[in-house]
Ligand binder design. Structure first.
Ligand SMILES: Cc1cc2nc3c(=O)[nH]c(=O)nc-3n(C[C@H](O)[C@H](O)[C@H](O)COP(=O)(O)OP(=O)(O)OC[C@H]3O[C@@H](n4cnc5c(N)ncnc54)[C@H](O)[C@@H]3O)c2cc1C
Length: 265
């Protein structure tokens, strides 16, 4: 038997207040991870605080040289947004590659990065674009946000409200996907902006990481050839039934090369 009280607040402040009252409360976004986890009896929150009816958590807008996306924005909305496609096509492409139509119509940006699955796509864009995660308490720089496998800098009661993605000069994302779930076995997000080049890798390690050798090479020559011979060490990479650490290391180079090709093509 579940013993969970369901709440549907209409503002961020109300959501935070309901969370504080619960014994062991959890925020609910699209439920794409949380509901299966509850069904498996791996989580039994006393209170579910559904963020789905809070208008301030939704939407996509341009703010100066950045695209700001509300935490409850669904993957399909990012994939089809003219604002995103015009300013950061690589981000729309990334969202289009997530899961299947059902997943893209329920899963949210905030839920994805709060969960920080090692194989999730969005962490690569957040780190690759040097984005800022905005919460109801503070602003968190991309690299301080992702702490490790399924671990972030968020306090248990903290709500992601939006993510601000700076608009790069060029960017590309490619992934080698698990054919069943479409999660990234390895994905690489490459971005070039006035402050330099960033290469963020997801799927390969316990959490998203920057490939600094590739960044240095692309800083000198932003071409696929510049990364084609840079090898990623397999040390510390994930190994499971889907791929060995060595295979993932190999894929880092292949995906980075393809991401640069997409960015420059
Ligand atoms: C079959 C399947 C295939 C998938 N394939 C992919 C894929 O290819 N690539 C990929 O990247 N992802 C994939 N996903 C993940 C999916 O995209 C969802 O983003 C992810 O499951 C999180 O779901 P959700 O957004 O519904 O969040 P929920 O499940 O509702 O929440 C997830 C966690 O985040 C917390 N949370 C949610 N919103 C907030 C917020 N605003 N502030 C603070 N905490 C919050 C919740 O408390 C919970 O702990 C897949 C999922 C499924 C089920």
């Amino acid at each position: 038997m579940y013993e969970t009280t369901y709440h549907r607040p209409s503002s961020v402040d109300e959501a935070a207040a309901l969370f504080a009252k619960g014994k062991e409360a959890k925020y609910l976004a699209g439920g794409h991870t949380l509901i299966p986890v509850m069904k498996q009896r791996l989580a039994a929150p006393s209170d579910l605080v559904d963020l789905g009816s809070i208008p301030e958590l939704k939407g996509i807008k341009r703010d100066g040289n950045a695209i700001v996306i509300g935490a409850m924005t669904k993957h399909v909305e990012v994939a089809t947004s003219d604002v995103v496609k015009g300013a950061i096509p690589a981000l729309a492409h990334l969202a289009e590659l997530i899961g299947d139509p059902q997943v893209r119509n329920r899963g949210t940006l905030g839920g994805s990065i709060a969960n920080n699955d090692p194989a999730a796509d969005y962490p690569a864009a957040v780190v690759g674009l040097n984005a800022t995660v905005i919460t109801n308490k503070r602003k968190i720089a991309a690299e301080e946000f992702f702490k490790g496998m399924f671990e972030t800098a968020l306090a248990p009661d903290e709500i992601i409200t939006a993510v601000s993605f700076p608009i790069p000069e060029k960017a590309g994302y490619e992934k080698f996907r698990n054919p069943a779930s479409r999660y990234a076995i390895v994905g690489a997000f490459v971005a070039k902006s006035a402050s330099g080049v960033r290469v963020a890798v997801t799927g390969a390690g316990p959490s998203v990481f920057r490939q600094k050798d590739m960044e240095a090479a692309l800083g000198k020559s932003f071409t696929a050839d510049a990364v084609a011979n840079i090898k990623q060490s397999a040390n510390g990479l994930n190994a499971d039934i889907h791929a060995s650490a060595e295979y993932r290391a190999h894929l880092v180079t292949v995906m980075a090369k393809r991401a640069v090709q997409r960015a420059t093509g």
